[in-house]
Design a protein around this ligand. Sequence first.
Ligand code: ZN
Length: 350
Amino acid sequence: MRRWSNVSNAYKIPKVLPTTVVGSYPKFPEAKKALKLYEKGEISEEEFEQLIKEAIRKAVEDQIEAGIDIISDGEQRREDMEVYFAERLEGFVVGNNPEDWVRIFDNVHYRKPIVVGKIAWKGPMTLTDWKYATEFSQGRPVKAIITGPYTMADWAFDNYYGDKRELIIDLAKALQKELKILYEAGARFLQVDEPALSTHPYKDDIEIAKEALSIVFSGMEDAKKIVHICHGRVEKLFPDILDYPVDQFDLEFVNNNFKLLEAIKEYDYASSGKELGYGVIDIHSKKVETKDFIKNAIYRVLEIMPPEKVYVKPDCGLKILGDRDIAFKKMKVMVEATKEVRKELGYDES
Ligand SMILES: [Zn+2]
């Protein structure tokens, strides 16, 4: 007789060097069309959901075909990582006037949300898509990913609190509720994105972010707690962030020419016991990395980190590549290179 088994346990994550993604994936035409028509009010709720689901399914299928172990929903519904949450939390308004648009980094522009009242959680923002992705993940864990309280505050205008810490703490309380429902639905890889932190590598900011993260992750002790940080001088956050209440830092390395490895070594990251999400794919270049480039990068980190603690992944979200074909090729070669290293290290893949 067939016994019931927990689907999420069906997939065997490799014991060493599991592969994963940061989260976003280039938008599929379905998602682009859905978001465009929705903005113009030219699409019904049902049609919109149908298109978004189609895009999520394709993003999941691409990751599975590439061989990624821990996947994401591709963030197909999210216009961007700031506005998406601001539009769904109590306390924000998001202007539609293009004059309000600001440039953050590279060519990323967004509508800057304004804090006009007390921040509160109104209801699930990411649960539907996370659940939908798990239906197609063939047992692979799907990361639950949200934008962090520090970044949400830093990328908004504050017209209400007048105190950065207070705003961040209220955001943390609201976002904890979001993460908690994902956790209760079964998510065990919980990732909070805090790209803004590296642009303010100061003691006070590092402390506020730490306090906020302990709130965001509270009540989820047996889940993998991950923080993704990028877009700046991440090394300046060392060694202060090493006592953050998280299990894994997900960081970029190609973007800084692997200079961050020096900080990992200098501050003895390995003895913190934390895992490292190790970026080996450049998301700013359309050139697909070679297998040798990735293998060399992995062997470099293995000089200072045990393979059980290293997750191989792109520097940041693949969305910015804007090209699904290239994103797919990059994931595929990353998986192939990682598999070869596992084999060379003597770990049985079967
Ligand atoms: Zn990033």
